[in-house]
Structures are given as C-alpha cells and as structure tokens.
Design a protein around this ligand. Sequence first.
Ligand code: MOS
Length: 737
Amino acid sequence: MTRPAAGAPLSRVDGWLKVTGQAAYAAEHDAHGAVRDVAHGVIVTSTTGRGRINGIDTRGAGALPGVLTVISHLNAPKLPYQPFRGMPDPAAGGGERLRVFQDDRVRFFGQPVAVVVAETLEVARHAAALVRIGYDGEPPATDLAFPAGPPNKQENYQRGDVETALRQAHTRLTQTYRLPREQHHPMETHATIAHWNGDRLTLWDKTQNVLNTRADLAAVFGIPPESIRVISPFVGGAFGSALRAWPHVTIAALAARQVRRPVKVVLTREQMFTGTGHRPVTDYTLTLAAGQDGRLTAAVHDISAATSTYEDYRESLTVQGRMLYATSNVRQTYRSIPLDIGTPTYMRGPGAATAAFAIECAMDELAHELGIDPIDLRLRNEPGRDPSTGAPFSTRRLGECLRIGSRTVGWDDRDPEPRSARDGNWLLGTGVAVASYHTLRAPAQALARLDADGNAIVQCATSDMGPGTYTSMTQVAADALGLPMAGVRFQLGDSTMPQSPPHGGSLTMASVGSAVQDTCDKLRLQAIRLAVEDPGSPLHGVSASDVAVENGRLHLRDNPERGETYRQLLARAGLSHLETPGGYTPGDEVERFSTHAYGAVFAQVAVDESLGLVRIRRVLGVYDAGRIINPKLAESQAIGGMAGGIGMALLEHAVTDPRDGRIVNANLADYLVPVNADVPDVNAIYLRGDDRTADPIGVKGLGEVVIVGVAPAIANAVFHATGRRIRSLPITIEALL
Ligand code: MOS
C-alpha cells in the first residue's frame, strides 16, 4: 500500500512559486502579463473624523503631466449600490456599507474622499498629495463611552435563575476586561486591478472570497454577477481583512470605467489602518459566581463592542460564555456601540479570542480566590453535554488537552503563589487558558478532471491566504483519486470555478475539503466503472468495489497484478479526459451535536522586576482540532496564531486620537507586532483523532482556535509572575510599573 498523502507533513506545493517570485499577487498581475496598459489610482482619504466636505481643489493635481483624472463626489457617477448582504455578513446587525464618492459626508478619519488616476504610481501619489479638501468638521465620537448615535439593539441571552444563584454564591467576582482596536496587517497590502471590457469587468483582487467580491461589485454597479470575473490565485496573508470587498475595490472599478483603461489601486500601509477593517474595541464585564468547591453557579456577561455609524458589525462574542463551562445560570448582553470609525471586521478568532480573554482571565482570578488549581477548576466545570443546548459534543477532549499540556510544561512543579519564582531580576510565571472555536461548515462544490496523461486537475473557487489550501486540497484529492501528489493540480481563486464558501472562520478544510473528497471519489469511481464495463480492460467484469487505485493504476484489491493505469484506460477508450462535479452540503449535525475545536494554552513569562518588561519564554498549545490533514501546515498555523496571540497580549494597539479620529500609530514602526525575538519557544501538540460527525473528512477547523486563549494564558502568567492583574490589553511596561 502506498502511504496516504493526507496526514503527512508535506511541504507546500506552491512554495517554489512563492519563493521564486512566480506567484502573482493582486498588484502584480500586470507585471506577470495578465493585463496591459494599467493606470495607477491613489486614494485621497479624509483628514477629519466626522463632518462634511465643503470644497475640493484639484487644480494642482490636474495640472501635473500624466494625471488622467481626479474623481470625487463632485464628479463621480451615481452608482446603483443595490442592497447586498455578504457572507459572512459584516453588517449582520443592520445598516449599509459605505458608498464611495456618493455624497459629501465624512463618517470617519481615513475615509476615501477622492482618487487620482495617473500614468504612473509616482505621478498619482504626487498628485494625490496636491488635492486640497476643505471640511466642516465636528469632533468625532471614537470612545465606547461617547457613542456617535443611539446604542444599537442589544442581544440578550438568559438561562436559569441568575439572581438567586448570585445571591447564594459562596464566591462572586466581577471584573471588566478590555481589548483595544487591533489591525490585521498581512504582509501584502490590499490591492485591486480593475479592467472593463465593454460591460464585463475583470478584477484581480486580494480577497478571501472571490464570489463575495463578485456579488458585491455586481450589486454596486447594478450588473449581473456573471459579467464580473474575480481572480485571486495568491493572497499574502489576510486574517479576515479580505473577507469583504472594501471601498478601494469599487474605486478601482469606478476609476477604470471612467478612464477606459485598467486601473490598479494599492493601499498604503497607512491606509490599511482605516481601509480594511479592524478588531473592534471591546469592553467585557464578567461576573462569575461559584461554590466553595469551585463549581460555577452563575455567569453574567455584559459586552460592549465598537461598530461604525453606518453598519452594525457583530461577531461571535457570546458563544463561549454559553457553552464552555457547566453553569446552569447564565445571562449575556451584547451591545454594539456606533462610533465615527470605519466598520470593524472579522479578525483571526473573531469574537472568540476577545471573549476568551475575559472568561479565561476571570477563571484564573476565581481559581486564585478559591485556592483551587486553575487546571483543576476548569476540569471541575467540564460539562457532559453542551450546557447551552443540551446536545452531546461531537468530540470534546479539552480535559486531555489540559492534562497533556500540564505534563509537558511540568505544571505540578509550579508554586501557585504569585512572585514565587525568579531568575535573577526576572520574575517568572506560568499561566494557562482554554481555547475553543465553533466548527463552521458551508456548502461547497468542486470539479475534478482526469486527463489522458493520467494527471488530474481539481478546482474550487476557494482561496489560500496562507494556511496551505493548495497543499491540503491536493493531499485530499490525491488520496481520493489514487494519484501521487505530483499527479494532481489543485486550482483556486477564480470566480469562474465551482462555488466555495468564504475562506475564513476555519471552515475551508471542513467544507471545501469535503467537497474535494466527494468529487474525487466520484471521479475515481467513474474511472473504475469505465474499466470494469470495458471488455478490453484487464478488470472487465469484476465488481467495482473490488478495485482500488494507487499511483494512478487501477487494480484488483486481492490481486494487484491484475489492473491497468488511468492512462491506459483513457487511451483505449479514446477519451481526452474524464470529468465530474461534486460537492458537500452540510446536514443538521451542528444542531444535533455541539461541534467545536478546543485547546489548552500554556504560557511561561519572565517579567523584569525593575523595568516591567515582559518576555515570553514559552507558549505551548495542545489542541483537539479533529483530524490533521497536514501536520506541518497545522504547526505553521499554530505558530502563526500563537504569535498573533502574543501580539494581542503584549503589543498590538491602534491608538486613536480623540480630537480628530486619526490613528496615531498608523505604521508598522509604531503599531507593534511580534518579531522573532518576541516568539522564542512556541509549540503546538495536536491530539490524534478525527470527528466524522463534524464533517465527512473529520476536521474541526484549526486556523482560528490557535489564536484563542493565548492572550489570557500570558496575562495569567504575568499575574503568577508579578501578582498584578492587567485586565486591559496590551500589557505594557507602563501598566506593570
Ligand atoms: Mo478568519 S477572521 O475568518 O479570516
């Protein structure tokens, strides 16, 4: 038997394209020859946080040689902007997306207010700097305490009798945990090249969802989705920022239509701070009540998170509070607070990473107060069934994650007393936190084709923002087709391909992977049937179920000598190829079962006693994520997620100037993210297993869960080291002094 590709720690099949510069990213398709005669658009953004534009002077810009046009609300055509709901819907709570250049209103600092189109990028940038815009500005509301409008509708949840449980509790604790605004900042900035051919539009775009971009732009321009093609074969990171089509995509298309030429728009790093969403500022007030034995008797979650004035963005902030621990009495409120900011959006572990910071820090505080070991406290509150629905867990091995992690880091040797361990001037601490993320699945389709040369091409309009979709899908396809990895080419990132859900929410492997498997199973069976029905085949007349395919050769399971290759089969049949569509439609499993990925995160920190400097010594995550298709990719995902968690804990904070709504640190020198020296010893252990209830290929999703729980594990380690509870991220030197 040849070894299956799935489960093997294979390197990326597209790795060599990336390291040799042959992978075309969104802004590079002209250089790669896909489109010619491209003009450059540079966006001018508002320098006031709220108000109206009272004048635009484009004379200086227009006088520069090479400038083709300057477009603003003064001369832009009215665009249809038909109602549009994306998936996921960033305005799930209501409202409508920003309409570019349709009126004089300024809704946030950094809003696009004009675009300069020129022959070269240099001229366009120079001209953009010469555009003079006057404003009637007002002070913007950028703080949760000063909403820009009436608070949005509150989401409520309740079970049990919270008041009685609170009254009767042995121990009660109430704290507020705060997350700042965080920015995605993938290496590749967002970019779009737009090209009209008559009334047909081609977009080379950075996106996690070509079909969403197509549908969104179709609604903006009031044209059929079929007349738009979105191409996005490579994405240089995204973390959620590319789940929707932001205004610059419309601007590129609008500008291209106006100048009758392809137009490329690349956001600057500074524009990425206001142009492509962010993780919203969130205040999370949590009350936990428990008996002397540590069993939770009540939990009250009061959550406020920022949104914009024009869209009510909401994320999964309430999931864990309902299901993570056994508690009969739970109350939750979630208010989104409209502010004069651009709409926030999904950012890695959206909602879950934020909620886990509050819940897992509070659990640590409770453990300390009760004198119970933090791991033990969690194990005492392990539910047998999902406490929010009563449904059984498809799989839940959180206890195992905690025990394995505890053994691996030597938890039992830890003196629970804060400030009890030191290394010279460094105070040492170890903390733990739990991670979870709900398993999402969505309908997906794929197409598989076996060519006369015996190689296969498999397609789906999904994306690969970095997790290795190209590779993992090739593994699934190779196994199902009985081909070596080199015999399969997986293609993605084109809206003409079969339908895919968004490449986000950790649902790609579960959904697209299941679709690829179904499609390739069908194609293999089609070939087998062709053989057994063909009098010329050595397999003629045998039962199809007795035939296996390995290395591109069909053979009798009991007698491998008897068989033939795909090539021989297709040649004799005179076929240029065999082709079949397939797909995956999720059933009601997630209603009948509680499906989540889990993890236990351990952090070891050293805190300089005099300087307040926090250094990570080690982060270990132990995950129950179902089946692992590629351990190497999974480990990369975990390291990246944990590095993101280190950023949340210690570094990331987009600071808003309350006077005008400006992001003060809108560059990568001042918006800090972890560098190698901040990420010394980071490891992930995945429990072996699978979850065939969650989806046909047994995965539970692992891209999101690996950032969840990291920040609270670090905050809890800082408490253990210093005795200081820092409940507002990031944990800075100033906070510790
Ligand atoms: Mo992830 S926040 O769904 O890209």
